[in-house]
Design a protein around this ligand. Structure first.
Ligand code: ADP
Length: 671
């Protein structure tokens, strides 16, 4: 029906204006609020559709009394006795409560919160006719109020700061958590701009946050800083969500700020430990990989200076020179060497002597005020600008034998910079350093002795070379002068063979010295490797009767560019070993092959072979397989051969199976 004025009958203020064809009865029947009436004896005389819907039952008019339902409760759940029902009180006592909330229970057990408001109805003479009660369902409203109250309680009891603000950044709510975190009371902050708690340097945060909120985006776990009323900066993690009204408009933002100071502290501590660990690890690695005292000292100085956060660090290390005179090596970190130049009399000062002589750890928050050391401290003697040391830490470096071999010293211009933790860390490093330095010292000693040995071998072989050469010459003269029938000729030949062996040994030793000095001379020429191999085999077979040397080659000629004599030396050495280390065999094979780029020669024997784990060592200087100590030799033949082949840009290799035999071979570039 159209709602036009003509459809309604006119009335005064209290008259009901209804469309002409709608009766009051049907108007009340269909009202959205429950209405029912009881006569003065309490019998129900009327109820409308909404009341029926609330009760979910249809009480008999004139028969049932007080209400459509048998029970009423108070909102707290207690049963309300009949005499206290709003309708009963109104009928029996003529008292009409303003509005009372009760809980009704529908036949299926569903409970609803209902506002009852009984009102008396009088006739035109003022006589009471009946009581009309209205029933207003407020269940949903109560539910949402409870939810609101719960949310409010959660917000209030939260340790996080929960704040809401308008799209203009004006604070609209401020919980207890926010009061605790930022020090401002709710009344101080409502209506204030949120920038009150945003430090100057982080103001751009707010622009970014507001623009995201306007786009209906959430900002999650955004880490930044906020400022308290006292001016302290605290690290916070922010989660900000848009606040949307019922119509879907974004009207502001809710912000949860969590104080992450503790988390940051833990992160910082973790990071600090991780950094320390990394410094220790890389220091450990460097120090254990080197035997160079200088490198160890510098690495330890740099690492410990970083570990302690010192402005400078120094490692003083006691050394003894060749003349057995003590001197001190000093490595620095963080300060120029000139700054330490006045440190001449280190040990004579009280501060250094406690560490150097007594092995004491010295840690001072302010060494300039320390009674024990002030006046003595060498730094006092220096111009202030050089090393303004206030915090001071000294850790002795003690070797395994208990000798104090040095000390680590650290300084910082501010007081109280070194802690017990630094003491522990540096002490641990000092322990490690002492071991590494002891090893390096030992290594230096071994190297020095080894150099002396090399020097001796070189000198001795030089000294032996001349007399042996002249001895050999004279023996040859005598041997040639003797008649074939003369028995002495035979002895002289044996003597000559032995002298040759001696001479070869001395030559080998001389070669070793030359290789060590990088002075093994080579003289290059072009020659045919097959031809050379043939000559060597024939010559070798002369002196060796125990084995047959078989030479094989598919090529006619393999030209190489090299030192013919030295390559011959290599082949003889390989043949000599093949015979020496295959006492039970009768055969040795020599194979010469070649192509455009490479010429190869291998010598195969059927002897004792070499265990796989020892094969890589046979080319080392003076190495001999222990079991073979009974066989003559010095362990230098393969070492010299390898050097010769390598000087030809070639490769000497071995392939061997114990008890089956070995193949030694070399490859050198073909011409
Ligand atoms: P030397 O033979 O004088 O000891 P080398 O440098 O020629 O020195 O050889 C080093 C070591 O390699 C030998 O002591 C031996 O133990 C092992 N070796 C070399 N050649 C052979 C081989 N053909 N068979 C088994 N072992 C060998």
């Amino acid at each position: 029906m159209e709602r036009t004025v003509s459809n309604f009958s006119k009335g005064d203020k209290h008259n009901l204006l209804l469309p002409k064809n709608i009766s009051i009865q049907s108007f009340i029947d269909n009202m959205p609020i429950g209405i029912y009436a009881c006569d003065l004896s309490g019998h129900i005389t009327y109820y409308n559709n909404a009341a029926e819907k609330l009760w979910r039952c249809t009480p008999k008019i004139g028969e049932e009394m007080w209400s459509g339902l048998p029970k009423l409760f108070l909102p707290d759940g207690t049963l309300l006795p009949l005499e206290k029902w709003p309708m009963t009180i109104a009928v029996q006592q003529g008292v009409y409560s303003q509005e009372e909330e009760v809980v009704i229970q529908q036949p299926d057990g569903t409970k609803l919160n209902v506002l009852e408001h009984p009102m008396p109805l009088f006739d035109s003479n003022g006589k009471l006719l009946c009581i009309i009660n209205t029933l207003q369902d407020v269940t949903e409203q109560r539910k949402s109020e409870t939810k609101q109250a719960m949310l409010a309680a959660i917000v209030e009891s939260s340790d996080d700061a929960i704040v809401s603000k308008s799209l203009q950044g004006i604070i609209t709510s401020w919980n207890f958590g926010a009061e605790k975190m930022f020090g401002y009371k709710e009344r101080e902050m409502i209506g204030k701009p949120i920038t009150t708690i945003i430090p100057e340097a982080h103001r751009t945060d707010e622009l970014m946050i507001l623009s995201k909120i306007r786009n209906n985006e959430r900002v999650e776990h955004y880490e930044t800083y906020r400022q308290t009323k006292a001016g302290t900066l605290i690290p916070v993690s922010l989660t900000i969500s848009p606040i949307i009204d019922k119509k879907g408009n974004i009207i502001g933002a809710s912000k949860i700020a969590r104080n992450i100071s503790k988390q940051k502290e833990v992160e910082k501590t973790l990071q600090h430990h991780a950094e320390n660990l990394e410094i220790m690890n890389s220091m450990g690695k460097l120090v254990s990989q080197t035997l160079d005292i200088d490198v160890i000292l510098q690495t330890v100085t740099d690492s410990t200076t970083r570990l302690t956060g010192a402005t400078f660090g120094a490692f003083f290390y006691n050394m003894v020179n060749d003349k057995n005179e003590p001197y001190m090596l000093c490595k620095l970190s963080g300060a120029p060497k000139e700054a330490f130049e006045n440190f001449g009399m280190l040990r004579n000062t009280a501060v250094f002597s406690s560490t150097f002589n007594n092995g004491a750890i010295v840690r001072s928050d302010d060494i300039t005020r320390d009674e024990r050391y002030s006046g003595n401290f060498p730094l006092n003697e220096m111009p202030e600008a050089h090393l303004p040391v206030v915090s001071y830490l000294a850790i002795p470096v003690v070797s395994k034998t208990g000798t104090i071999i040095g000390g680590l010293f650290f300084g910082h211009p501010q007081p109280g910079r070194f802690t017990k933790e630094h003491e522990g860390l540096v002490s641990a490093v000092a322990l490690h350093a002492a071991i590494a330095l002891d090893n390096a010292k030992l290594y230096a000693e071994v190297t020095r002795l080894s150099d002396k040995k090399d020097e001796f071998i070189s000198l001795a072989s030089h000294e032996l070379k001349t007399p042996i050469t002249s001895l050999r010459g004279f023996l040859q003269l005598i041997e040639e002068s003797l008649d074939e029938a003369d028995d002495n000729k035979k002895f002289m030949k044996i003597a000559l063979t032995q002298v040759k062996k001696l001479s070869d040994l001395i030559s080998d030793l001389l070669d070793v010295s030359k290789i060590k000095a990088g002075k093994l001379p080579l003289s290059f020429s072009h020659f045919d490797l097959i031809q050379l191999a043939k000559e060597v085999v024939i010559q070798f077979q002369f002196s060796v009767r125990s084995h047959v040397i078989q030479l094989e080659s598919r090529e006619e000629k393999i030209m190489v560019h090299g030192d013919k004599q030295r390559i011959e030396q290599v082949i003889i050495n390989l043949l000599g070993n093949a015979v020496k280390y295959s006492p039970d065999a009768t055969e040795v094979k020599v194979l010469v092959t070649g192509n455009e780029t490479t010429a190869s020669l291998s010598v195969q024997d059927f002897g004792i072979g070499i265990a796989p784990e020892l094969q890589q060592h046979v080319f080392s200087r003076f190495f001999r397989v222990e079991d073979e100590a009974s066989k003559p030799g010095l362990g230098i033949g393969l070492y010299i051969s390898k050097e010769i082949v390598q000087r030809h840009n070639g490769r000497l290799w071995v392939s061997s199976v114990p008890s089956v035999g070995s193949i030694f071979g070399f490859e050198i570039p073909a011409k």
